[in-house]
Design a protein around this ligand. Sequence first.
Ligand code: ASP
Length: 321
Amino acid sequence: MIRSIAAVFVALLLAVPALAQSAPADVPRTALVIHGGAGVIERSRLTPADEAAVRADLDAALDAGQAVLQRGGPALDAVVAAVKVLEDSPWFNAGRGAVFTADATHELDAALMEGHTGRAGAVTGVRTVRHPVLLARAVMEHTPHVFLAADGAERFADTRPELERVPNDWFSTPRRRAQLEAQQSGTVGAVALDAQGHIAAATSTGGMSNKRWGRIGDAPVIGAGTYADRGCGVSTTGWGEFYLRTVAAHAICARVALRGDPIAAAADEVINRLIPALGGDGGAIALDAQGTITMPFNTAGMHRGWIHPDGRRGTAVFATD
Ligand code: ASP
């Protein structure tokens, strides 16, 4: 007995310097991953100048999220900061640059979730709020509800003077009008791990081009397009109907929490096996409590950017990047 206690003591003494070496207390392990939509993103459709502009906006979103994480701010603030930048970019299908509905208007969806508290907020069918992710956050923080839709969401927005409002055609861009026939998609999202070890995820989208009848996709549905818990965070992009049917974001985090799958294996199984088996496609970004980032997709491209815990960062657009 005494010998085994001594053995544990010695093991601890040996382990402490090793732990200190792998994770110095003064360097918090934060991580950030963002996406700007998966889909028909091919080199032949994007000029080098366009690609540079897309990457510059991805970098600006990374900078915004990273600034929060570096000053020790919460993961929730980091994902909101990153998504706000992407919502303002005309290159992505969220906020300005959102796709057109079949009625040639814009109906925006957004959601966010904080992993360690399990709090969440979401909106769908929003027409006049410049940053739908901020409205989703307001639902979380200033109502007893999780999910508000269309006119009700607009009426709630009327009660929040801090939210900027714009006419619906402010979201229109010529490029999206040209795509109305092409059923293009795309979305934005962010997942962050903060210095306290907390995870948050956010997603914002115009939905699918040409959508009809009040169609709601996966992005604003907690568990389908957006999910976070203590050990995992996910934001998805792709053909939303299939992400709804597989409850994709939760399916990824459940594999990590309940089965102990590595985050990359969990995300790969859902994105590259379950969803294609039903006939869907798309991608996701995800990270775990160690800051391990994964970004699987099965389309020609996915706009994406990342900052690993060790500071390595990058952006990419095509599958071949
Ligand atoms: N998943 C989104 C939706 O179905 C669209 C996308 O990510 O491209 O609304």
